[in-house]
Write a protein that binds this ligand. Structure first.
Ligand SMILES: Cc1cc2nc3c(=O)[nH]c(=O)nc-3n(C[C@H](O)[C@H](O)[C@H](O)COP(=O)(O)OP(=O)(O)OC[C@H]3O[C@@H](n4cnc5c(N)ncnc54)[C@H](O)[C@@H]3O)c2cc1C
Length: 425
């Protein structure tokens, strides 16, 4: 059986950034466990690729993610410069289509500065001012945020992995944690191939599977989760110049953790429309609606017996899901949603699907979506669950915050031996 000081489950942005911070602070044996052959094979590559300025997040409900996103912006910029990775500040227009949505935008003008954004970086424009900047965009009003930036988060994760490896973090890939047991009061992780790893502390950053892993440690047994696939359509090259900035719209249902599809610029020059939010049975059902039968049946059973059942009694939620599903089976329905603010686009402008990604929001025992990230402490374990958008943006600062919490809880009782670091802890 292998042994280490700290085992991190999950090689997405979160786990990889945590491993990096630990590697810059301590000379200890840290192992990051990833079931795939490389880091960032799931959500950390399969996202919209925006470094968000958190003007649209309610500081009272999503304060942790908002603060981390704000602080991380400069950190990612420094990282991109150092590693010579693309960093394109393209800005975002968040459009409101009527007076009600305009009122939401006015609220954003208050939230932005509360989340740290300088008032000079966000401005409220009326529909005519928007037209002058983007003649093909139609709306009642919009917030323009000039600092929103597009990047390749997969490349960012692989870059952080290399920095962490240089400081001697071990990346154990192709290793899936199947179960956990206890030996001499220490957790022992059991892998799919029967190998085992004994550790003093487990940090669970398993993305869409983090709730399942937390349950293996006996935590949050009465919580459940749903998986929503976000799909994209790629615009033909001749149409990419129609709009030159990212266009988001005010969400119709702010209590649900997904936005309407938007117009997004990719860092490699592509332009896409998406993502929608189609329910699927697992965090990795990237095509089809059922996945493998075993997963489907087990998710169905989970829905019927868990807190998700209560959510399904909410008619707004059921309506939304029906709309999202339609936009998956019909490209025209998806494009129609964006036509509301870019009337010129047509379904035939989009002939290829983009790379889908899956969100896994967590549901409370009384059937409500958990709005912010959840941090759970177990015996010799710490779990980050519901780490959703803008989690990629916030990863550098959020992960530093997790390491600080672990220090304060006395779970990192090692002598610090700080090394040169890209960022200041
Ligand atoms: C459609 C979509 C668009 C998004 N757009 C943006 C955006 O523009 N900007 C932004 O800031 N955020 C965005 N996000 C959110 C962001 O991508 C995520 O918050 C972030 O990538 C989560 O990182 P993670 O490390 O927690 O999870 P992941 O990247 O999913 O990593 C978890 C890892 O754990 C591994 N794992 C799971 N179970 C096990 C196991 N049992 N054993 C071993 N390994 C395991 C998985 O293989 C995976 O590699 C978006 C998300 C989606 C779905």
């Amino acid at each position: 059986m292998g042994k280490c000081d700290i085992a991190i489950i999950g090689g997405g942005l979160l786990g990889t950034c945590i491993s990096y911070w630990l590697s810059t602070l301590y000379d200890i044996n840290v192992v990051l466990i990833e079931k795939e052959s490389e880091v960032a094979m799931h959500t950390s590559s399969r996202n919209t690729g925006v470094v968000h300025s958190p003007f649209y997040l309610n500081p009272e409900k999503k304060g942790k993610l908002a603060k981390a996103a704000f602080v991380s912006h400069e950190m990612w910029k420094t990282f991109a410069e150092r590693r010579r990775l693309p960093w394109k500040m393209v800005g975002t227009l968040e459009v409101g289509l009527d007076e009600d949505q305009h009122n939401v935008l006015e609220k954003y003008l208050e939230w932005g500065p509360k989340n740290g954004i300088s008032p000079k970086d966000i401005e409220l424009l009326d529909g005519n001012e928007v037209k002058k900047r983007e003649p093909n965009v139609q709306c009642y009003s919009a917030i323009y945020c000039k600092t929103d930036t597009i990047v390749d988060y997969g490349a960012f994760t692989r870059g952080i992995k290399e920095e962490s490896q240089r400081n001697r973090t071990k990346f154990l890939v192709n290793s899936k944690v199947e179960s956990v047991k206890n030996i001499a009061n220490e957790p022992v992780l059991v892998f799919h191939d029967g190998n085992e790893l004994q550790t003093k502390l487990v940090i669970n950053c398993a993305g869409g599977y983090s709730l399942d892993i937390a349950k293996k440690f006996g935590l949050v047994l009465d919580y459940s989760s749903l998986h929503f696939r976000g799909e994209y359509w790629i615009a033909g090259q001749q149409y990419t110049g129609l709009v030159k900035t990212n266009i988001y719209s005010v969400p119709n249902y702010p209590d649900f953790p997904f936005l309407d599809p938007h117009w997004i610029l990719r860092v490699d020059g592509r332009v896409e429309v998406g993502p929608n939010a189609v329910p699927v049975p697992s965090p990795e059902t990237y095509s089809g609606y059922v996945g493998d039968i075993e997963t489907f049946v087990s998710k169905l059973a989970d829905i019927v017996t868990s807190s998700t059942r209560k959510l399904l009694m909410n008619p707004d939620f059921v309506n939304l899901i029906a709309k999202e599903w339609l936009s998956s089976v019909s490209k025209s329905v998806m494009i129609e949603r964006v036509q509301k603010f870019i009337p010129k686009i047509r379904p035939e402008f989009f002939s290829e699907r983009g790379t889908a990604g899956i969100r896994t929001p967590v549901i409370t025992p009384d059937g409500k979506f958990v709005p912010d990230v959840m941090e759970l402490e177990g015996v010799n374990s710490y779990h980050v669950v519901n780490y959703n958008s803008p989690g990629a943006t916030g990863a550098p600062a959020y992960s530093a915050g997790i390491v600080k919490i672990l220090q304060e809880k006395g779970l990192l009782n090692y002598k610090t031996q700080p090394k040169d670091s890209i960022w200041t802890f």
